[in-house]
Design a protein around this ligand. Structure first.
Ligand code: F0G
Length: 468
């Protein structure tokens, strides 16, 4: 690449702006302004990269691919490899744990279970802190350093916290995390403690923690790293680029993700959209979001939209009705008032995808089936395969189409859940229509409990014979 072209390529990042997504406002702000919402109308912000500058840059795809074999720390990151599309100067001091570059697996058993000829699983649990959050945290914490923040904070159902705590430690920043007390997997909590974060257990749910976080937004030394922060989304969007690269730049028909606070679906939508606008792909995959039945505000909103409201360019609704007491054993997505719902809905509408719910039993069984493919994920991630099964049954996805499910977290994030499922002791606190509490037993349809075996060869062989 000539010097002139390289300069143009790197200029894109440094001339990006933060833009309000509310049509009719569309206010623009500098990329080093420490704001999280539009200071004119309060709408969500997103980063606008001047893609026209990059259109003249030849061989971007080859350039990104070649970096994967380089030893430059930025090239070893699956996020910074795509730095022409990130809102930073070329010489920004990046905070990285070599995130991204995660595997895309074929999953034949999961495919059969879901009613498909083939299914691929993009395993974001193979990141440094074992969830997809790392791809966004590398950019958010790099931005925190550039802004001169002293403390980084987030509300979390566990994974965002673990990730932020790790990146803050790398960057030598103080980190405070707000967690709903007693509603976090102990494995995730242990990570945050180990990485040295100030762990604040809040008497309330995730949505209460998120409200407290927004009250901290006006303290200049504090930087918020939840996905309302558009710099998180910038890192997370690179998963779309990496996935396309792994698919040989053949666009999958469907990409299916779990939905919680809705940063992931928003980010994938932005990533694919940028690739389309750069002319590196010629169509978009349909993006579908799956929510747990007891924590599904966006699926409820989507189900209630009129045909005119689901057009690709339809105006977005102003409000969402929050779920006041979200419930699910998939604690990662136990969220009633998702902050990024507008961006996520926009991505689904633009790509003609769906937003649906799955039950606790469906999540648990799908998780066990994914396990039988030799791939371990946490419960929230398994909503994808459960959801694909439903979308196949309702003919929204056809058996021969190419489908990618994004697994968001590693199986060891929530070992108690796995153990209870396989031992047949998993249960869920639900409420009846009259509002009374009831305990629902989750059957271990694919359970695989340990058995007591005598300490001799014959007993072991007999045990194997019995399980053939
Ligand atoms: N899967 C896992 C494993 C998660 O941890 C989360 C979100 C999601 C899916 C949903 O992604 O919020 O981008 O729609 N976890 C957040 C947290 C809320 O605090 O760790 P989303």
């Amino acid at each position: 690449m000539s010097d002139a072209i390289a300069k143009t390529a790197h200029k894109a990042g440094s001339t990006a702006v933060q833009r309000c997504i509310v049509s009719g406002c569309a206010a623009a702000f500098g990329i080093r302004e420490q704001i999280y919402l539009c200071s004119r109308c309060g709408g969500p912000l997103e980063i606008e990269i001047p893609l026209e500058l990059l259109k003249s840059v030849p061989d971007l795809r080859e350039r990104w691919q070649a970096r994967a074999a380089s030893h430059d720390p930025r090239d070893r990151s699956g996020v910074w490899r795509f730095r022409e599309l990130l809102p930073f100067d070329n010489d920004a001091p990046v905070v990285t744990l070599f995130e991204g570059n995660t595997p895309l697996y074929d999953a034949p058993r999961s495919a059969e279970y879901a009613g498909l000829a083939a299914l691929r699983l993009k395993h974001q649990g193979c990141n440094p802190t074992a969830s997809f959050k790392d791809t966004g945290m590398t950019t958010a914490v790099t931005q925190a350093k550039l802004l001169g923040a002293r403390t980084v904070v987030c509300a979390s159902t566990g994974n965002t916290a673990a990730s932020l705590a790790a990146y803050a430690a790398r960057a030598d920043l103080q980190c405070a995390i707000l967690l709903p007390q007693g509603q976090i997997s102990p494995a995730k909590l242990a990570q945050s403690m180990d990485y040295g974060a100030v762990v604040c257990e809040i008497a309330g749910n995730f949505d209460d923690c998120m409200r407290l976080i927004s009250e901290l937004a006006d303290v200049p030394s504090i930087y918020i790293a939840n996905s309302i922060n558009p710099f998180r989304i910038e890192g997370q969007k690179t998963v779309a680029f990496e996935l396309l690269e792994q698919c040989g730049w053949r666009v999958p028909d469907h990409v299916v993700v779990p939905g919680g606070n809705m940063g992931n679906s928003s980010a994938l939508g932005k990533g694919f959209d940028e690739m389309l606008r750069l002319g590196l792909i010629d169509r978009l995959p349909k993006i579908s979001i799956i929510q747990a039945e007891g924590s599904a505000p966006l699926a409820h909103l989507f189900a209630g939209l009129k045909p005119s409201e689901i057009a690709a360019d339809a105006a977005l609704p102003d409000d969402i009705v929050p779920v006041m007491h979200p419930r699910t054993l998939a604690t990662a997505i136990k969220i009633g008032a998702p902050v990024s719902w507008k961006k996520a809905l926009r991505a689904v509408l633009r790509t003609h995808g769906s937003i649906i719910t799955v039950t606790e039993q469906e999540i648990a069984d799908a998780k066990a089936i994914i396990g039988r493919d030799g791939i371990g994920c946490e419960p929230a991630s398994a909503t994808t395969v459960a959801g694909i099964r439903k979308l196949t049954a309702s003919k929204k996805i056809h058996a021969g189409e190419s489908v990618v499910a994004v697994l968001t977290g590693h199986v060891l994030k929530d070992p108690d859940y796995v153990s209870h499922y396989h031992r047949g002791t998993l249960s869920f606190e639900s409420v009846t229509e009259e509002g009374t509490a009831k305990t629902v037993h989750i059957a271990g349809a694919f359970r695989n409990a340990p058995e007591k075996v005598a300490a001799n060869k014959e007993a072991i062989l007999k045990s194997l014979e019995n399980r053939r």
